[in-house]
Design a protein around this ligand. Structure first.
Ligand code: 4AD
Length: 503
C-alpha cells in the first residue's frame, strides 16, 4: 500500500492543491460516460474521487468502474475544494490501488428492514447513519467524563458481579459464581455511595444489566449508565447538578457534531433551546396533568394529526406503486423500492400510534395516585413540554428502597426523574438516599430483601451517615433523544434486546 502523502478525509481542507493518498472503502459509485465518480469513506468522512478515462491507465479505469461497494482501496490525486461535493472536497484520481475487491455487498444504501440490518450489524456499522451515531456517542461520553472530571468528581469503577438488588429483584440477570448465585449489576449506585463517603463527589460509568421483559423502543437488556453520587447534597442541589450536566453535554454535542446531527435529521433548534431552568413538576402535579382536560384535548388533537399523516403516507405509497408498475430503468426501480420500504415503515409506525393513542389516553385519564408513571404517561408529559422536565416526589411504594422519605410528607420520597422533551421520555433517574439507619432497615425488610447482603450498606448509616444522593443517566436513551432516533437499539454498536441478541 502506498503510504506517502497519506491523508485523512477530515483533514483535506489542509491539503488543497496537493497530491494525497486516501485509504478507505468504496461507499458508492456511479459512472457518467468517461468519468467514474467514486465516493470513498475512510472512517473520518466521505469524499468524492473522480477517475477520468485517458488520465489513468485504461485497465485501472475499468477496474475502478466495476469495483463493488465496500471494496477496499487507496486512491491518489490532487485535492480541490468543491461545495457541491459530499464533504466539500474532491480528488482527481491519478493513481489507485485495489486492496481487496468486494462483490455482492449485502447492504445496499437505504433499502432494508430493521431485522435484516440488525443481523448484519457488523456491516451496517459502516453506514452513514451508524457512523454519525457512533461519532455522537463518542462526543457524549467524552463530554460526560469532562463534566465530572472538571467539577471535582473522582471516577470509581464499581463491580459488575454483585449480590445486591437495587432496582427490583424482577430484573436481575443471574449468574453462577462458582456455585454461588450472583447477579449482573443493575446499577453501581450502592457501591458508589460507599465511595462517596470517602471521596465526597464520585461517579461510575459502565455497562448495566436489566432482565426487563420489555420490548419497547426504550429498553435494552445491557445499556451504559453514568452515575454521580455526592455527599452532603439535598434534592435541590441534585436537580441543579443534573440541569448543569445535561446543558453541558447537549452543548458539547451541538458544538462537535452539528453535521452528524444534520445528516441524522435531528431537531437542532429544539436542542438549542435546552437551557436552564428546566421545568419542575411534582409527581402529584404530573398526575393532575395526566387526568386533566388539557391532556384529553392534546391527545385528541394528536390523533387527528396522526390520521392526516397516515393519509399522506398512503397517498404517496399508492403513487409510487403506480409508478413501479410502469416501464422504468433499473436505477429508478431500485430508488422507488427503497422509498417504499421507508414509507411503509413510517406508515406502520403511524398505524401503531393511531392504535395506541386511545389506549394511552385511557391510561392517562384513569391514572391513579400511587402508581409509577408508565412509559406512555412519561411520553405524554414530555410531548407537552419543549425543555426537559424534572418530575419529583414520587409515592414511596412505587420507588426503590434506598430513596429518602420526605420528612414533610411520609407518603413520598425525595427523588426525581428527568424527562427529555418532545416525547422522548425519561433519561435520568435519581434521588436523595435514605440516611437514617432505622428507616433504611425497615425499607429493606418491607421489600423482603435479604438483610445479610445489605449489612455493609447499612454500615454507611452506622458510621458518619450524611445526607447524600445522586442519579443515573442512560447513554443510549440520551443519544436517541439528541439524534431523534426512534429506537435506542440504534444508539449502541451491538445492542442486546430482550427477544434476541443478533450478533
Ligand atoms: O431510573 P434508573 O433505574 O435509576 C437507577 O438505576 C439509579 N440507581 C441511578 C442512580 O440514582 N444512581 O435508571 C437510570 C437511567 C434511566 O433514566 C434510563 O435512562 C436508563 O438508566 N435505563 C435504561 N436504558 C436502557 N434500557 C433499560 N432497560 C434501562 N433502564 C434504565
Amino acid at each position: 500500500m502506498k503510504n506517502s502523502n497519506r491523508a485523512y478525509i477530515s483533514q483535506l481542507k489542509d491539503n488543497i492543491g496537493q497530491q494525497v493518498t486516501l485509504a478507505g472503502w468504496l461507499y458508492k459509485s456511479r459512472s457518467s460516460g468517461k468519468i467514474q465518480f467514486l465516493i470513498i469513506r475512510d472512517g473520518t468522512g466521505l469524499c468524492q474521487c473522480i477517475a477520468e478515462k485517458g488520465k489513468i491507465p485504461d485497465e485501472l479505469f475499468d477496474a475502478l468502474k466495476h469495483l463493488g461497494q465496500e471494496s477496499s482501496l487507496t486512491v491518489t490525486g490532487a485535492v480541490r475544494a468543491d461545495d457541491r461535493s459530499v464533504g466539500g472536497y474532491e480528488i482527481a484520481i491519478t493513481d489507485a490501488e485495489i486492496i481487496s475487491p468486494a462483490g455482492d455487498y449485502p447492504i445496499a444504501p437505504k433499502s432494508h428492514g430493521i431485522d435484516f440490518l440488525l443481523k448484519n450489524r457488523h456491516l451496517h456499522l459502516r453506514s452513514q447513519r451508524q457512523w454519525c451515531i457512533g461519532k455522537i456517542r463518542h462526543t457524549l461520553i467524552d463530554a460526560i467524563r469532562r463534566f465530572f472530571n472538571d467539577n471535582g468528581f473522582t471516577l470509581i469503577d464499581t463491580p459488575i458481579f454483585t449480590a445486591m438488588a437495587a432496582e427490583g429483584e424482577q430484573t436481575l440477570f443471574e449468574a453462577d459464581y462458582f456455585g454461588q448465585p450472583i447477579h449482573l449489576t443493575q446499577t453501581g449506585q450502592l457501591h458508589l455511595e460507599a465511595a462517596a463517603m470517602s471521596f465526597g463527589k464520585v461517579y461510575c460509568f459502565g455497562p448495566t444489566f436489566r432482565a426487563e421483559k420489555s420490548k419497547t423502543r426504550r429498553h435494552l437488556t445491557e445499556f451504559w449508565m453514568v452515575e454521580p453520587e455526592v455527599a452532603f447534597i439535598d434534592l435541590d442541589g441534585l436537580l441543579e447538578l443534573a440541569e448543569n450536566f445535561v446543558f453541558f453535554i447537549v452543548k458539547q454535542v451541538l458544538q462537535e457534531n452539528r453535521s452528524e446531527l444534520e445528516i441524522l435529521g435531528a431537531d437542532i433548534p429544539a436542542l438549542e433551546k435546552i437551557k436552564a431552568p428546566f421545568y419542575r413538576l411534582t409527581y402529584t402535579e404530573a398526575a393532575d396533568i395526566l387526568t386533566g382536560q388539557k391532556t384529553k384535548d392534546f391527545l385528541a388533537n394528536q390523533l387527528g394529526e396522526f390520521k392526516a399523516q397516515k393519509n399522506d403516507y398512503e397517498t404517496k405509497i399508492a403513487d409510487l406503486e403506480k409508478q413501479q408498475a410502469g416501464q422504468l430503468k433499473q436505477w429508478r426501480k431500485d430508488k422507488i423500492a427503497a422509498e417504499l420500504i421507508e414509507l411503509r415503515s413510517e406508515l406502520a409506525e403511524i398505524n401503531t400510534k393511531i392504535e395506541n393513542n386511545p389506549k394511552h389516553a385511557k391510561l392517562a385519564a384513569e391514572f391513579q395516585w400511587g402508581k409509577d408513571l408508565g412509559g406512555s404517561d412519561e411520553t405524554i408529559i414530555s410531548q407537552m413540554h419543549d425543555k426537559p422536565i424534572f418530575v419529583t416526589h414520587y409515592p414511596k411504594g412505587a420507588k426503590a428502597f434506598y430513596m429518602k422519605t420526605d420528612r414533610n410528607n411520609y407518603k413520598v420520597v425525595l427523588n426525581f426523574d428527568l424527562l427529555a422533551p418532545n416525547g422522548f421520555g425519561e433519561i435520568i433517574g435519581g434521588s436523595v438516599r435514605e440516611d437514617d439507619y432505622d428507616l433504611l432497615l425497615s425499607r429493606i425488610e418491607q421489600q423482603g430483601l435479604n438483610r445479610e447482603n445489605y449489612e455493609w450498606y447499612l454500615d454507611l448509616r452506622r458510621y458518619g451517615s450524611v445526607p447524600h444522593g445522586g442519579f443515573g443517566l442512560g447513554i443510549e436513551r440520551t443519544i436517541a433523544w439528541l439524534t431523534g432516533e426512534r429506537h435506542i437499539r440504534q444508539c449502541i454498536a451491538f445492542p442486546r434486546l430482550m427477544d434476541r441478541i443478533y450478533i
